[in-house]
Design a protein around this ligand. Structure first.
Ligand code: FAD
Length: 408
């Protein structure tokens, strides 16, 4: 009768402990070095590939967990290890999911293996959507894809920015405008194969946090790719565009809802990353507060410190529950009538920023130095309220969903 449970099952606990072991033994010890080097941690990615954490199989297994908790659990543990390294490990997965979700069987079979490479020769992939003038405002995208019917090729031109693994990826997934009249509904995704002429890396960014993760501009100059590199294929695109043009005349609601549902389902994964970083900083702060002595007693003996830790842990648990709820809703096919996916990303990312700042404070001067990991975690946490939709955009989505009003 009582089927409801908040406990992970035995399989999930095993997987969680396995990922946690990798995060504790391999990722965390390497974190400070790769943060300083500001380079992609290839040896760590290779280690992850050898144990099976860097692979599509790993993603697929977590993705198809019928409770929906596989992905958030994996993200929390990996990002608990270190956010920059973890993003280097999961960045390819984010691009690969796009191919799995929208690609044909043939595209999945051809391109996914090239995105990951092999444990002896690992490769990464990049997902390129953002542009200098199209960040939150995806509708301002300018990168164009034009079909050359005579050659059955697509020609891409434009500049992408902020691409995780951009320029160093073996395979780039590029979102481009195919019909400027249709706004975001006139966009399509393309696979740019390895070593395609015309694709080059622009500026590599020097960042505030997640510095082990490579972020760069990707410049596309007359990049010619075969017709077969349009994700999902041309027939499907033509059908979708025709449907959109038709619906544009009658309101277009269903298309919009489908896109929103996809975002609501993917945002909890970013929330889970934030929970991982927040939990890591909280644990360091708790240990420190119990061992650091001032005025003849551990600093945690002061309510001023202990209550902060109580608040930190409460918010982390609340964030995880929101993430788990939204992840479960996604697999259970529940409609996100209150934008629960956006809620989970908003709350978890703001929590990570707050909790890591409190952790720095609890460690005092030590918290401000690179001798202790909370300084790095605090810098890393700033990304969560920015990428995959800023906190302001999450609030906009939630407010619009709740009110049904076109809030600006
Ligand atoms: C490290 C890193 C990695 C990234 N990886 C990728 C990647 O792999 N692929 C990719 O495509 N993109 C990636 N991004 C891009 C990321 O998704 C964008 O930075 C993000 O969407 C915000 O866009 P923007 O930076 O142009 O900011 P803007 O959109 O210019 O926003 C600036 C500020 O204005 C606010 N704002 C904007 N519009 C509104 C509004 N209507 N109401 C209220 N406030 C508003 C924003 O919330 C923000 O505070 C990455 C970014 C970073 C920093």
């Amino acid at each position: 009768m009582a089927e409801f449970t908040m406990e992970l099952n035995e399989d999930q606990k095993q997987v969680r402990d396995w990922i946690h072991g990798f995060a504790a033994d391999v990722i965390r010890p390497a974190a400070a070095e790769w943060d300083e080097r500001e380079e992609t941690p290839w040896p760590v990615i290779q280690e992850a590939a050898k144990v099976g954490i860097y692979s599509l199989d790993f993603y697929a297994q977590q993705f198809f967990d019928p409770t929906g908790l596989g992905i958030p659990m994996a993200m929390e543990e990996l990002f608990w290890g270190d956010a920059g390294i973890a993003l280097s490990i999961v960045g390819t997965g984010l691009a690969a999911i796009g191919v799995v979700a929208n690609g044909t069987e043939e595209q999945i079979g051809t391109w996914i293996p090239q995105m990951y490479g092999t444990p002896d020769d690992v490769k990464v992939a990049a997902f390129c959507s953002s542009e200098p003038d199209a960040g939150s405002d995806v509708g301002s995208m300018r990168t164009r894809a034009v079909y050359d019917q005579a050659k059955d090729e697509w020609v891409l031109n434009g500049t992408k920015t902020w691409a995780t693994n951009g320029g160093i990826a073996n395979v780039h997934i590029v979102v481009a405008v195919v019909d400027p009249e249709l706004g975001t509904k006139g966009h399509a995704s393309f696979i740019v194969p390895p070593n395609t002429p015309g694709l080059s890396q622009g500026q590599k960014f020097k960042k505030h946090g997640i510095r082990a993760s490579h972020t760069a501009e990707v410049v596309l100059e007359d990049v010619r790719i075969p017709g077969s590199c349009l994700l999902g294929g041309k027939d499907k695109l033509d059908e979708r565009l025709a449907r959109t043009r038709e619906r544009a005349k009658t309101g277009g609601e269903r298309v919009k809802n489908a896109a929103m549902a996809t975002f609501e389902a993917s945002r909890p994964a970013v929330g889970a990353m934030a929970v991982g970083t927040a939990r890591a900083a909280y644990e360091v702060a708790l240990d420190y507060a119990k061992t650091r002595t001032q005025f003849g007693r551990p600093i945690i003996d002061n309510q001023g410190v202990a209550f902060q830790l109580a608040d930190m842990r409460t918010q982390i648990d609340a964030a995880r529950l929101l993430v788990w709820r939204a992840s479960w809703m996604a697999v259970a096919g529940k409609p996100f009538t209150s934008a629960e996916g956006s809620m989970s990303k908003l709350f978890a990312s703001e929590t990570a920023k707050k909790v890591t700042a409190q952790a720095v404070q609890i460690l005092g001067g030590n918290g401000f130095t690179r001798e202790y990991p909370v300084e790095r975690m605090h810098r890393d946490s700033a990304i969560y309220t920015i990428f995959e939709g800023t906190s302001e955009i999450q609030r906009l989505v939630i407010a619009r969903t709740l009110s049904g009003m076109p809030i600006r």
